[in-house]
Design a binder for this molecule. Sequence first.
Ligand code: 1CP
Length: 349
Amino acid sequence: MARVTNSSADSAFVRACRGQDVPHTPVWFMRQAGRSLPEYRKIREGVGMLESCRRPDLVTEITLQPVRRHGVDAAIFFSDIVVPLAAAGVDLDIVAGTGPVVAAPIRTRADVERLRPLEPGAVSYVSEAVRLLLPELGATPLIGFAGAPFTLASYLVEGGPSRTYLKTKAMMYGDPALWHELCSRLADITLAFLRVQVEAGVSAVQLFDSWAGALSEADYREYVLPHSARVLSSLEGAGVPRIHFGVGTAVLLRAMGEAGADVVGVDWRTPLGTAAGIVGPDRSLQGNLDPAVLFAPWEVVEREARRILAEGRAARGHVFNLGHGVMPETDPDVLTRLVDLVHKESASS
Ligand code: 1CP
């Protein structure tokens, strides 16, 4: 194996994203900073979710907590996909136990036209938190992120979390011109938010299109891909790997790669060997342990982790992760043990 030096650009995580040799398979967890950690619940006591995202001291501490505790190979910036929408003037809140709730859902042309661009100065707390984090993180890379236009649109049009995306799809199919105008404005906001993070010094970015799996491939290509592709391609020259992730996206993996991803995130439903064949030799994969497996006896966690590491070898590069976020009830000690297992198992093979 090639030797790597001690800087984030040459970290196992960034190298795996680029498909370069690594000393071990890097591992981090979506939602690693959050309610599975007692130290997170303590620091968040009495502080609203949006408020905590706007306080650089809290963002710094919460982002560092899982790095200290688990020894993961990357930190993810503590924020939320709706933070840039709120900063662009959308009246919304993140309600405990529910998620994002939008005061006046976007349904008409007048509503869409009220959606303003994101002024980078409106999220200066993000740049400030990244500046505080970089010296604390040292060689550990920091992942910046944003929501993709479809997933953001689903919250804005529905007014909150949804299982069916009925109103979102009604706009998409019923008034494609209005839909594209909405997604175009959201792509601008997302791109501005990612640029703020890249300029402040993050080592990679992840575009979360968590709910794109609600669409067929044909509809994804027509209504969503052009907007996500504009975001990802605009960052091509930024020098940071771009990860593109969604849930239930078995039929979308090829298109999500083509949107301009260096790494395609895969949920637990598609084996990584299959996913590698779909995305081809020019992209790495991230994933894909079912977050529910962490509630099974350790032997099962071990067996599943080994299977995923073996399947990940079919890909150009592999970043170990869960297939979606850490569940709040997860025992954090199991996550720490899993990091150790992934490191030892992948270094010795
Ligand atoms: O008060 C709280 O603690 C609320 C829980 C919470 C947390 C910890 C929310 C509300 N957001 C977050 C932080 C968050 N959100 C991170 C932190 C960094 C990390 O991963 O450790 C990230 C990356 C997000 C991104 C996010 N927010 C996504 C994409 C990732 C995913 O899970 O698919 C989505 C869909 C959201 C919306 C959202 N925010 C919060 C909730 C509960 C939800 C989902 C609601 C729904 O089911 O639609």
